[in-house]
Write a protein that binds this ligand. Structure first.
Ligand code: ZN
Length: 403
């Protein structure tokens, strides 16, 4: 998404593949942990957890191919962050090879460990700039045995936030997914795949809500139905349908999963990965709509993780009107508007995709210079010669350019 794993065109960089380090080293059902090697495919980690009657909750569209080491380096987010947190919150310990060849080999599997700086957090989200993660201890959770999934239609993002509050109040920690989709975004999907909306009428906004429980027959459909019925009676929700079968649940999820692909068919895609405090999501959406409305060269859609304050604003440029040469200038213009709005609301320009090369030069504008300076100092401690993923996160250090 941001070019974090792509070498530059000098021909002087090498890529280290950890794909063959794909062993599940151990699973501890009492400690609720598993130790896995960095090359394990995420879906295989999930499956190994299920085999031990546990859940590893990280869930992404690319879970069939992405590797856990990359998930750690990128601090991956995904679809269940509202309940379980991003990758950072799912890691207890790491094994890391440092640029000088030293190995940090003691993989902590502790829930509590107050012995000073927690170095693992430096590597999580470091985008490979400090060292190479080779294995990790991951947290496991009880496996969900009951699930209820709703697809909802509503009027406004303000109402969506009120519904989020009510679902959290009524369903507590069971809430595992709360995704928002704009009407235009769903229309783009319908233009490219032959499927119908789960709801009869058109609505301005849609929600995909899922709650789960480790108890069998937990009565979740009734709980979710009661909660959403109260929202309809309160005038903040227009319509909702709860999946009556696993097949119907998959249909709801398919609409969410197919969005990125549909957008690529629709035009030249510029997706933003900003986050704001959850309470500011509606303001973010409104201000972005206002700032970009009236442009005839693109359509603006929204999709994302409302429960985490991470709504992706997606600009889809008309291929006919905007050639590939023009795209870059227009993209930069639109992105700056979106980033300024996010920043004015106390937000971040990268919630879950990272910095890579795409956002590297924006950090100078959107991150505190004192923080950036400390980050550079940390990089110099671990990687004084700048050999680790040079040019990502920061511009390549000068000593590396001459070596
Ligand atoms: Zn996302």
């Amino acid at each position: 998404m941001v070019g974090g794993g792509i070498p530059d065109d000098t021909g002087n960089e090498i890529i280290v593949s950890l794909g063959r380090m794909d062993r599940i080293r151990s699973i501890d059902r009492t400690n609720d942990t598993m130790v896995v090697e960095a090359g394990c495919i995420l879906a295989n980690v999930q499956a190994a957890a299920v085999e031990a009657d546990r859940l590893f909750p990280l869930s992404l569209a690319s879970e069939g191919s992405c590797q856990i080491g990359g998930n750690i380096a990128a601090n991956a987010g995904g679809l269940e962050v509202v309940r379980y947190g991003a990758m950072r919150e799912l890691v207890l310990g790491l094994e890391v090879v440092l640029p000088n060849g030293d190995v940090l080999g003691e993989i902590a599997q502790l829930r509590k460990n107050n012995t000073g700086y927690d170095l693992k957090h430096l590597f999580i989200g470091s985008e490979g700039t400090l060292g190479i993660v080779t294995a990790a201890a991951l947290k496991l959770f009880p496996r969900p045995r009951s699930t209820a999934t709703a697809f909802c239609g509503l009027q406004s993002p303000e109402d969506a936030l009120e519904i989020l509050s009510r679902v959290k109040e009524q369903c507590g920690a069971r809430l595992s997914t709360f995704e928002i989709i704009s009407a235009r975004q769903l229309e783009v999907v319908f233009r490219h795949i032959k499927t119908a909306s789960p709801l009869d009428k058109r609505h301005s906004w849609y929600l995909l809500i899922e709650i789960t429980d480790s108890i069998l027959d937990a009565g979740l459909s009734e709980l979710l139905m009661d909660t959403l019925s109260a929202c309809i009676e309160g005038g903040i929700l227009s319509d909702a349908v709860i999946a009556q079968s696993e097949a119907q649940r998959s249909e709801f999820w398919a609409l969410r999963h197919v969005i990125s692909e549909s957008n690529l068919h629709a035009g030249r895609v510029l997706s933003h990965d900003t986050s704001v405090p959850v309470s500011s999501c509606a303001a973010f959406i409104r201000q972005t709509e206002r700032a970009l409305s009236g442009r005839s060269d693109m359509e603006l859609t929204f999709v994302g993780h409302l429960g985490d304050g991470n709504v992706h604003a997606v600009a889809i440029f008309d291929r006919e009107k905007v050639g590939s040469a023009e795209f870059e200038a227009r993209a930069s213009e639109v992105s700056n508007i979106v980033y300024e709005i996010s920043a004015s609301l106390g937000g971040s320009i990268s919630a879950e995709h990272g910095v890579g090369v795409s956002l590297r030069d924006k950090l100078a504008t959107f991150k505190d210079p004192r923080e950036l300076s400390l980050m550079r100092s940390i990089k110099a401690v671990f990687d004084p010669t700048g050999i680790m993923n040079p040019g990502k996160l920061f511009s390549a250090c000068p000593s590396n350019a001459t070596s």
